[in-house]
Design a protein. Structure first.
Lengths: 82, 402
C-alpha cells in the first residue's frame, strides 16, 4: 500500500486511541507513549502488535524499542511500508 | 459483603432475588450456541465495568477479574475498613476454578491462525486464576498475604476457610475473601457438555436447575463473584464495625475417589461436615440451616443427602436445607462465596431462600429442601457445603454474632 505521511499519522492515531483510550487531541507527533500517553511496558508491546496488524508489517523488538514517540513511529512505518 | 450474580449485580439485589425465588438462568446471549447440547446459563446482566476500571484496563482484564473487583469493592465499601491505614494487615484470598478461560480460548485461536508473535502480552495476567486476588489487591491497596485456592467448585469455600485460618493465626487482621468465575464461553460450555455434567433440559431455562428433584439432569453453569470481609473480632470492635455474623468453623477433606464423581454415600463430604462441626465446637443439632452444594446433578444431590443423614442422623429430617443454585446456577469457583453470603443473610434476616423447581420428590432425596417458597425462621447457626471435581470438600459454619 502507499500512504501519505498524513494518512499514516491518522491510522496510527486510531490505533493508539483504541489501545490506550486516550483522546485524539493528546496524540501529537512529539508525544511519548510512556511519558505522555500513559502506556506501560505491556501496553507498548500490544501497541506494536496492533500497528503490525493495521499496516500488515513486521516490527522487530529491537526496532520497536526505538519507537518511543508517535512521530518516530509514523516515520518508521512510512519508511518500511511496501 | 459484596456480590455480582446472575440474579443481581449487588448484594441487596442478590438477596432480594433469592428470597423471591427468582431465577437468573436464561438462554446464553454472549455467543452462538448452535450445536451445543446445553444452551442455557446464569449470566451476569448489564454489568458496567467502567464503574470499576478505566477504558484501557477493561481491555486487559478478563471477566472473572472484573467480577472479583466489583464484588470486593462493594464489600470493602460496606465494611467501612480503611485499608490505607494498615495495608499490610489486610490480605486477599479470592479463588477461581478456571480463571480467564475466554482469553485462553481467544489466544489459542490467535496462536493457531496468526502465529506466536501475535499472542497478546496480556494473555498470562488475564488467564491465571490468581489474578482475581492480585487485581483486587492492586485496586484496593491491600498488602497483606495474597493467595487463593483453586479447588474447582469449592475454590471460594477453601479461600474463605484459609483466610479464616490466617486471621486466627494472627498473621492479619482483615481478609478480603471469596471467589470469582466466568467460564461461560464456547470452550467452557463445550467442555462441561462433553463431560455430560450439564442439564440438557430444553423447556423453560428457569426450570432447568432443580436440585434434589427426581427429574434433575445436571447443573446449569453460572458466572459471577462473591466477597466477604473477614476480620479479627478485637479489630472489628475497636473500630465500631457492623458485624453481620461470626465465622466459627471450617472443615476440609479429600475424596481420593474420582476426577468428577463424588465418593459414594458422600463419604468425603460427611467427613468435612464433621470436621467443620468439630472446629466450631458444635454438635449436629446446633446447625439450624444448611445451604447445600445441591448442584442438580443426580450424583451430587443423592450423595450429599446421604452425607447429611450420616452426620445429622434423625435430625437430618428436620433441619431446613436449600440449594440456591436452583436460582443462580452453579457459579463454580464463586459458588462457595455467594452461598456463604446467603447463609449470613439467612441469619441476619431470618428468611430461608427456597430450592425452586422442586416438583417431584425423589425417594433418595427425602429431606426438607425448603421447596419453592422462602420460609421465615429465626436461624442462629448455618452451614455451607461445597464439593469440587477432584474430590475437594469444604464446609463452613457461621453463627449469629452477639
Amino acid at each position: 500500500m502507499s500512504l501519505s505521511e498524513q494518512e499514516i499519522f491518522e491510522k496510527v492515531k486510531q490505533v493508539i486511541v483504541k489501545q490506550l483510550g486516550v483522546s485524539q487531541d493528546e496524540i501529537t507527533k512529539e508525544a511519548s507513549f510512556t511519558d505522555d500517553l500513559g502506556a506501560d511496558s505491556l501496553d507498548t508491546v500490544e501497541l506494536v502488535l496492533a500497528l503490525e496488524e493495521e499496516f500488515s508489517t513486521e516490527i522487530s523488538d529491537s526496532e520497536a524499542e526505538k519507537l518511543t514517540t508517535v512521530g518516530k513511529t509514523v516515520e518508521y512505518i512510512q519508511k518500511n511500508l511496501k | 459483603m459484596g456480590a455480582i450474580t446472575p440474579v443481581g449485580n449487588t448484594l441487596p439485589e442478590y438477596w432480594k432475588a433469592l428470597i423471591s425465588g427468582h431465577s437468573g438462568i436464561d438462554y446464553i446471549s454472549s455467543f452462538d450456541t448452535t450445536g451445543f447440547s446445553t444452551k442455557i446459563a446464569g449470566q451476569i446482566k448489564q454489568f458496567d465495568p467502567s464503574l470499576f476500571f478505566d477504558f484501557k484496563e477493561v481491555r486487559r482484564t478478563s471477566k472473572f477479574i472484573l467480577f472479583a473487583v466489583a464484588a470486593a469493592t462493594e464489600a470493602v465499601k460496606n465494611s467501612g475498613i480503611e485499608i490505607q491505614q494498615y495495608p499490610d494487615r489486610v490480605g486477599v484470598e479470592i479463588g477461581s476454578g478456571i480463571g480467564g478461560l475466554e482469553v485462553m480460548e481467544e489466544m489459542a485461536y490467535t496462536l493457531k491462525e496468526k502465529g506466536p508473535s501475535r499472542v497478546s502480552p496480556f494473555t498470562v495476567p488475564m488467564m491465571i486464576s490468581d489474578m482475581a486476588s492480585g487485581m483486587v489487591a492492586i485496586k484496593l491497596g491491600a498488602k497483606g498475604p495474597n493467595s487463593c485456592s483453586v479447588t474447582a467448585c469449592a475454590s471460594a469455600s477453601h479461600s474463605i476457610g484459609n483466610a479464616f485460618r490466617l486471621i486466627q493465626r494472627g498473621d492479619v487482621d482483615v481478609m478480603i475473601a471469596g471467589g470469582s468465575e466466568s467460564a461461560v464461553c464456547p470452550l467452557g460450555l463445550a467442555s462441561f457438555c462433553a463431560a455430560r455434567s450439564l442439564s440438557t433440559f430444553d423447556g423453560d431455562p428457569k426450570k432447568a436447575s432443580r436440585p434434589f428433584d427426581a427429574n434433575r439432569d445436571g447443573f446449569v453453569m453460572g458466572e459471577g463473584a462473591g466477597v466477604l470481609i473477614l476480620e479479627d473480632l478485637d479489630h472489628a470492635l475497636k473500630r465500631g464495625a457492623t458485624i453481620h455474623a461470626e465465622l466459627i468453623g471450617f472443615g476440609a477433606t479429600g475424596d481420593a475417589y474420582h476426577i468428577t464423581a463424588p465418593a459414594p454415600e458422600g463419604e468425603g463430604g460427611n467427613r468435612a461436615m464433621k470436621l467443620a462441626l468439630k472446629d466450631a465446637k458444635l454438635s449436629p443439632e446446633d446447625i439450624e440451616y444448611i445451604n447445600a452444594h445441591g448442584t442438580s446433578t443426580h450424583l451430587n444431590d443423592k450423595n450429599e443427602t446421604e452425607a447429611i443423614k450420616f452426620v445429622f442422623k434423625e435430625y437430618a429430617y428436620q433441619v431446613p436445607i436449600s440449594s440456591t443454585k436452583s436460582m443462580t446456577g452453579h457459579l463454580l469457583g464463586a459458588a462457595g462465596a455467594i452461598e456463604l453470603i446467603a447463609c449470613v443473610k439467612v441469619i441476619t434476616e431470618g428468611l430461608i431462600p427456597p430450592t425452586i423447581n422442586y416438583e417431584t420428590p425423589d425417594p433418595e432425596c427425602d429431606l426438607n429442601y425448603t421447596p419453592n417458597v422462602a420460609i421465615a425462621k429465626k436461624i442462629n447457626v448455618a452451614m455451607s457445603t461445597s464439593f469440587g471435581f477432584g474430590g475437594h470438600n469444604a464446609v463452613l459454619i457461621v453463627k449469629k454474632f452477639s
